[in-house]
Design a protein around this ligand. Structure first.
Ligand code: G1P
Length: 290
């Protein structure tokens, strides 16, 4: 069965970028001219996703509003004849019935957040996109994965090599054998100590999983950081189902950290038709002054 639905966990507090995220969701921080989450939703839509499940929490109402009508704004833009901006604003609205919002009431971990979407996903394969990570790629990272999934099925998670000293910030896989970009694994571990990490291939935050993951998440004990970890349930699912890692083509930016967020802004600014020229000139100017 085709991958039609995607889960975007957006309940986190954004503690790594406080105080910027004290009063607005971290997913709404702008990357050039749109909130970070817009890039992730666009990636999902490009991959053919038809329904997005946002796992939200308290104080995340701005995300729901962003993907909805904004009547006052649209009426005012129309009255002023600002058609181009109006078109851009209208394009952010998700079609009626294609988005669901469910709350994770307690911050118990990524695994628990995904489990909160179980009823809306039902009994079909689904994607997960962690909105902290923006991936620049053509085709998009998830589109590359769904293409691979249509050939091999099973479960697929995106990975990318990170510097060895950074492995303990991620889920890390133990690779066994490669076939092009697909990698067979013998295991995976969440946030391993640098000295015992099985590789430097980090789980990037894009997943295609079978619905059996929900049964495993339901009784998943606490793991790294005292949280219910998705990686721990995936490691168990691997015992009974086909599981692949996929080394995608593209550049991931971790907007959950200050420098990662800055890099995302920079990478998109030098690549955006409206800002490219000015941004490139600025980068050169700053580089020369360092
Ligand atoms: C989560 C996942 C981890 C993955 C990472 C990617 O961790 O648990 O496996 O490598 O996202 O950004 P978090 O960054 O939420 O601690």
């Amino acid at each position: 069965m085709r991958v039609r639905k995607a889960v975007l966990p957006v309940a986190g507090f954004g503690t790594r970028v406080l105080p910027a995220t004290k009063a607005i969701p971290k997913e709404m921080l702008p990357v050039v001219d749109r909130p970070a989450i817009q890039y992730v939703v666009d990636e999902a839509l490009e991959a053919g996703i038809e329904h997005i499940v946002f796992v939200t929490g308290r104080n995340k109402g701005a995300i729901e509003d962003y993907f909805d009508h904004s009547y006052e704004l649209e009426t005012s833009l129309k009255a002023k004849g600002k058609d181009k901006i109006l078109e851009q604003v209208e394009a952010t609205r998700l079609p009626a019935g294609t988005a669901s919002f469910v709350r994770q009431q307690e911050p118990l971990g990524l695994g628990h957040a995904i489990w909160c979407a179980r009823d809306i996903i039902g009994n079909e394969p689904f994607a997960i996109l962690l909105p902290d990570v923006i991936v620049k790629g053509q085709p998009s990272c998830l589109a590359q994965m769904t293409e691979a999934y249509d050939k091999v099925g099973g479960n697929i998670i995106a990975v990318d090599p990170v510097p060895q000293e950074r492995v303990s910030s991620y889920g890390v896989i133990a690779p066994v054998e490669r076939d092009g970009r697909l990698i067979r694994m013998s295991g995976m571990v969440e946030k391993p100590p640098v000295e015992s990490a099985p590789s430097n291939l980090a789980i990037t935050g894009r997943y295609i999983l079978q619905p059996e993951i929900f049964g495993l998440l339901a009784d998943q004990g606490k793991g790294a950081g005292g949280e219910i970890q998705l990686t721990d349930s995936m490691a168990r699912l691997m015992e009974t189902q086909d599981f692949y890692a996929y080394e995608f083509e593209g550049a991931p930016y971790d907007c959950g950290s200050k420098v990662g967020y800055f890099e995302a802004v920079l990478a998109h600014a030098v690549d955006n038709a409206e800002t490219a020229e000015g941004a490139r000139a600025l980068v050169k100017k700053f580089a020369a002054s360092l």
